[in-house]
Design a protein around this ligand. Structure first.
Ligand code: BG6
Length: 464
């Protein structure tokens, strides 16, 4: 580890590797445009890529991206973005590229380098940054997936540690930048009524679903090297789980929340082959970039246990997939039925729930049983919507990039958290379990029903 930018120092240049790639197009340009428009961002922005491009092509790409994501390319903000933009083209193995980058950085004293490139290139870029002096007093933002499994993530950490201190490494999990994910934590700990029931005495089970009604689209080659477990379960879904089940943070220390998340994730039992069902939608093999006969999963359902006093014996089911019936992410905490049946009518296992919808709308709802008007003491399940808003928050990448430039690391994943996440899924990566086929537009293979068994049924999220 070489350097150490002061936590309170603002970055004074932003370098993004992979400037001509998909992530830059879909997320980085719109985020930079938003930061300039809403937050007055003004610093040199240097794109780096190996594409044989010049600055004008990159500007054209920025215009296409901002337009495609609802921005106004005639606005002052967009003109400002173009005026800040620089470009360096070349191979990441070539020291000349980094010499050129050092030149473009000019007087910048605290640059931020964003690696929007495949993880296999992280170490070469990090070492070139160091050799060329570009890593001095710098911050580093790295994209997920951070490694391919527990071992490679640890190897990667060791490599990055040689050049950057942990407090200057910002590992992105964009779900942490989502307002509704922060809302789960906020609602739990800004009120006192939830904590007394948030444990094995009152909670029967927890379900988290992240469903998408589209396939892998133009990301066949990337996706086929990853699969649903690496792509979203190991990161986004475990982060939602941690927000939902962690202990309340204590003290004022700036790391209090991440410490609690880390200890929760360290208590999640390692998954084994009986705890997981993998699926692949029919037609996946025809996606360009997918290998013929691929056994990569586009759906995964898992049963998790948390080895803690709070959660002992509470089954947790998480499920994610492409080509499911809807695009919705939500978590439901189901409460136990009363200890004694007073009205002789409830045959279900649960009674009441708390539901956190993460997208497309942001909803917190409370499910309870109420009496149906009439002479008989029979009831029905109703839901009280505590709050519902359309999902129109600040885009996560805008929030996260802004935070990283200010050295605020709360919404980034720490090394021990990434390690705990990989440890949970490590033994079920690859072909340890069979992959079952499912038809697009269904809730995955029927084997997922067997996984949940008597703790079910799966609660399929419904569009509003
Ligand atoms: C990404 C995954 O991290 O998250 C994608 O690589 C997935 O496969 C996406 O579609 C979901 O993010 P969001 O913000 O659209 O829910």
């Amino acid at each position: 580890m070489a350097n150490g930018v002061d936590a309170s120092e603002h970055s004074d240049a932003l370098v993004f590797f992979g400037a001509t790639g998909d992530l830059a197009y879909k997320q980085i340009f719109p985020a930079l445009y938003g930061l300039i428009r809403d937050e007055g961002l003004s610093l040199p922005i240097i794109g780096v890529a190996k594409a044989g491009w010049g600055l004008d092509q990159l500007k054209g790409r920025a215009a296409d991206s901002v337009k495609a994501h609802g921005g106004d390319i005639k606005s002052e903000a967009f003109k400002k973005l173009l005026s800040l933009l620089r470009y360096v083209d070349g191979d990441y193995n070539d020291p000349k590229v980094f010499k050129q980058l050092r030149k473009e950085l000019g007087d910048a004293k605290a640059p931020l380098h964003y690696l929007a490139i495949p993880p296999a290139l992280f170490s070469v870029v990090a070492s070139q940054l160091a050799k060329s002096g570009c890593a001095d007093n710098a911050r580093l933002v790295v994209e997920k997936p951070f490694g391919r499994d527990r071992r490679s993530a640890n190897d990667l950490s060791r490599i990055l540690d040689q050049y950057f201190s942990e407090r200057n490494i910002f590992r992105i999990d964009h779900y942490l930048g989502k307002e509704p994910v922060q809302n789960i934590l906020y609602t739990r700990f800004a009120n006192s009524i939830y904590e007394p029931v948030w444990n094995r005495h009152f909670v029967r089970s927890i379900q988290i679903t992240m469903a998408e009604n589209f396939g892998v689209q133009d990301r066949g080659a990337f996706y086929d090297s990853a699969g649903a477990i690496r792509d979203v379960l190991q990161n986004h879904m475990l982060q939602i789980l941690a927000s939902l089940t962690m202990d309340p943070p204590t003290g004022q220390a700036h790391e209090a929340i991440r410490d609690r998340k880390a200890s929760l994730l360290k208590a999640v039992r390692t998954l084994d082959s009986d705890d997981i069902v993998r699926g692949q939608y029919t037609g996946y093999e025809k996606v360009p970039g997918v290998k013929p006969g691929s056994t990569v999963e586009t759906f995964a359902a898992a049963k998790l246990c948390i080895d803690s006093w709070r959660w002992e014996g509470v089954p947790i089911f998480i499920r994610t997939g492409k080509c499911l019936p809807v695009s919705i992410a939500e978590a439901v905490v189901q409460f136990k039925k009363p200890p004694r049946e007073t009205f002789g009518e409830i045959d279900s296992l649960g009674c009441g729930h708390m539901r956190f919808r993460i997208q497309p709308d942001v909803t917190i709802a409370f499910g309870t049983r109420v009496k149906v008007p009439g002479e008989r003491m029979i009831g029905e399940d109703v839901e009280l919507i505590l709050t519902r808003q359309p999902g129109v928050d600040k885009p996560p990448y805008q929030r996260l990039l802004g935070d990283a430039m200010e050295g605020i690391s709360d919404l980034f994943t720490r090394e021990d958290i990434v390690d705990a996440e990989w440890r949970i899924v490590n033994d079920v990566l690859g072909d340890v379990t069979p992959v079952y086929h499912y038809e697009p537009g269904t809730w995955g293979p029927s084997e997922a029903k067997q996984l949940i068994g008597r703790d079910g049924p799966w609660l399929d999220p419904k569009p509003v």
